[in-house]
Ligand binder design. Structure first.
Ligand code: BGC
Length: 357
């Protein structure tokens, strides 16, 4: 049975939240819920075929509803993933003031009640052995002070080639801005930290930030910096170097400029975890990739009694660049009235077998 639905919990209003489980022919499973259109768990085999969850999350809905424990685990982030300085932007000569929900200075991840904190509609479908869930949400004009009635569709499909495809579409009836991502935290071994995971990022440049983690506007070559992941390098290998950018991020919390042409699906990153052999590949049509090394996780009690401390998971958030409205040379985040926004990201799960001899 490739698709299962069950009750996951109830919102304080009494509304039911459902857990949807996609399974492919290799036994890989992806669990989703309609609260936040979120990924709740992903089970993949290690090199010996042992299945385990490779995400951070909670056993029950209450964990997701608790702001002290839930740092955007698995959710769709919108309307604007990452930060907008001062929560302000100008569009067609009109100034919009969004919530400054990060320390009273930045707009972060869509505001007080972003797409992670709303209930999405959903429909399930199966085609050619691949099971999918299509989430949709109608964000009313003025919600979180963004302009335009915005309809968003996010479809997750699990293929028999062990790919989880995420297809985002959106349309607004007024010009607006939009930047969508998925905020899953991964840990491919279940170890206490992800610092031993070997990471490759297909990026020759990244966008440095100031101490408030707002891009300065510079596009800096990664060459000769701790941000050079063009060859596989453990995430922890350089994370404690006395580097100003690592200090601003309290670790990695930076946007990389993915090589190749935005709009075409191309490699963004490959993660290899040596002890389990698990591999995660990320492909996207987006121009940017946020590497977040879980710097602000503070030991919340997570799934199966695990504590999610600092660096217990990493996120690879495919996106447009943070604070783009203030940097005209960054790829535009403006969505014109009536135009179709489309974006694709794929997470591909694999294993690397140990070399002998
Ligand atoms: C941001 C971090 C933030 C985290 C919240 C990431 O996308 O880049 O700065 O703390 O989300 O969980």
């Amino acid at each position: 049975m490739p698709l299962q639905q069950q009750l996951f919990g109830q919102l304080p209003s009494g509304t039911a939240v459902h857990l949807l489980t996609l399974t492919n022919s290799h036994g890989v499973t992806v669990q989703l819920m309609n609260y936040g259109a979120a990924i709740v768990a992903i089970h993949t085999p290690d090199r010996d075929g042992r299945m385990a969850d490779i995400t951070l999350g909670f056993d029950s809905l209450s964990g997701y509803l608790d702001p002290e424990r839930n740092s955007y685990f698995g959710c769709v982030v919108g309307r604007y993933a990452n930060r907008i300085a001062g929560g302000q932007f100008v569009l067609n000569g009109v100034t919009y003031q969004l919530a400054v929900n990060e320390g009273g200075i930045n707009h972060l991840h869509g505001g007080q009640r972003g797409f992670d904190k709303v209930l999405w509609d959903y429909a399930v479908a199966e085609a050619d052995g691949a099971a999918s869930v299509a989430f949709s949400y109608l964000s009313p004009d003025g919600e979180e002070h963004y302009p335009g009635n915005l309809r968003v569709d996010v479809t997750y499909t699990l293929t028999d080639t062990n790919a989880l495809r995420i297809y985002y579409r959106a349309r607004s009836d007024k010009d607006t801005i939009l930047n969508l991502t998925n905020h899953t935290y991964f840990n491919l071994s279940g170890a206490e930290t992800i610092l031993d995971h070997e990471l490759l990022i297909n990026a020759d440049a990244f966008t440095p930030v100031n101490s408030a983690r707002i891009p300065t506007g510079e596009v800096r070559p990664v060459e000769g910096t701790p941000f050079d992941f063009r060859r596989p390098t453990p995430i922890g290998a350089r994370i404690h170097q006395p580097d100003e950018q690592l200090q601003h991020g309290h670790g990695y919390d930076h946007n990389f400029v993915i090589n190749g042409t935005p709009g075409t699906l191309r490699l963004a990153a490959i993660v290899h975890e040596p002890s389990s052999g698990r591999i995660l590949e990320v492909h996207t049509t987006e121009p940017g990739l946020q590497l977040y090394s879980g710097n602000f996780l503070r030991g919340a009690l997570g799934r199966a009694g695990r504590r999610y401390g600092r660096h217990s998971g990493f996120c690879l958030e495919t996106q447009h660049f943070p604070d783009s409205p203030h940097h005209p040379h960054f790829p535009s985040v403006v969505l014109k009235a009536g135009e179709l926004f489309e974006s694709r990201t794929e997470f591909i799960f694999g294993v690397q077998h140990a070399h002998h001899g």
